[in-house]
Design a protein around this ligand. Structure first.
Ligand code: HEM
Length: 285
């Protein structure tokens, strides 16, 4: 038998298979490239957000000037309100830990090289997610924070989704269902990043429209803000679902479509990060 007829069935010469095979290989490579490009872009943007938290809130706290926090927050540091100030301070400290932790958890090389580190830092990430959600819920319903009821409901659903995804991620890791664990961990990362997506999405919108459109920047309310408050987690979760389905499917067309969605998401995320960095984060450092 000719050597080229030996693979798989052994009956079909490989020049007939080569085309569909390389086509599907290219599609799955494009899908992978789309996912990696989005993740690298988002990781850079999240670390920029962390630099702002440390550079603004951390520097003010170290200098003993807690009232500087109120330049940004509507009901930030309140002298005498020990409980409220503690919840807010924990929220800001855990923002740094959870964002750095999330990026580290999703880097495959770290997971593969140091599985024990992944397990311990994963548990800490889950604990941080619980602290962030519960603290956030306390603040949103007790502090008369900016925004209207629709935004408060939207962020509260975000908190519940974080708790739900954290539970699923942990449970599936304990049961060693690693494929499902991986998908839920990505969902957890996305819902934890909801507030970051809101900032990046809002700044993209303002930059694209050359000003605030669809909301009142003074009262921080309006139809666009109500929509984006739900979109901050629903849109990333939908894109993740498109990616998961394309990954499981062997159909090149579906994988190309998902790569296109990821490429577009990368462009929008990158532009939003640049706008948020220039308009919001870097000027406060
Ligand atoms: C888990 C991911 C979260 C991160 C990384 C995060 C991060 C932050 C940061 C950095 C601030 C300061 C505002 C700024 O400088 O931009 C903040 C404020 C705030 N966060 Fe979160 N947050 C998260 C989740 C939540 C959730 C789920 C809620 C509500 C359910 C929430 C409620 C609040 C409130 C109400 C404030 C304003 C506090 C005030 O004005 O006194 N956060 N958050």
């Amino acid at each position: 038998m000719h050597p080229s007829t030996t693979f798989e069935s052994g009956l079909i010469p490989d020049f007939q298979r080569a085309r569909p095979r390389s086509r599907s290989r290219r599609a799955s490579q494009a899908l992978r490239l789309g996912a990696v490009s989005w993740f690298v872009t988002a990781a850079i943007g999240q670390l920029l957000f962390v630099a702002y938290i440390i550079g603004f809130y951390g520097r003010a706290a170290l200098g003993g000037d807690m009232s500087a926090w109120n330049q940004v927050l509507a009901h930030g540091w309140e002298p005498g309100n020990t409980f409220g100030n503690t919840v807010l301070s924990l929220h800001l400290i855990f923002t740094v830990l959870i964002i750095v932790g999330g990026v580290v958890q999703l880097i495959p090389a770290i997971r593969q090289r140091w599985p024990r580190f992944h397990r311990y830092s994963g548990r800490f990430y889950i604990l941080s997610a619980v602290i962030m959600s519960v603290g956030g819920l306390i603040m949103v319903w007790t502090r008369n924070t900016v925004g209207d009821l629709s935004q408060h409901i939207a962020i509260s659903i975000n908190a519940l989704l974080i708790l739900c995804c954290a539970w699923m991620t942990l449970r599936l890791a304990i049961r060693r269902q690693l494929d499902r664990h991986r998908r839920w961990a990505i969902r957890l990362f996305l819902v934890v990043s909801g507030v970051w997506f809101l900032r990046v999405g809002l700044m993209f919108w303002i930059a694209a429209n050359q000003g605030p459109v669809g909301f009142d920047p003074k009262s921080f309310t309006g139809p666009f803000l109500s929509l984006i408050s739900f979109g901050q987690y629903l849109i990333p979760l939908a894109v993740a679902e498109i990616y998961f389905r394309a990954q499981r499917s062997q159909r090149p067309a579906q994988q190309w479509l998902a790569s296109g969605v990821l490429a577009l998401s990368t462009l929008i995320t990158g532009a939003g990060i640049a706008a948020a960095g220039l308009m919001m984060w870097l000027p406060r450092l």
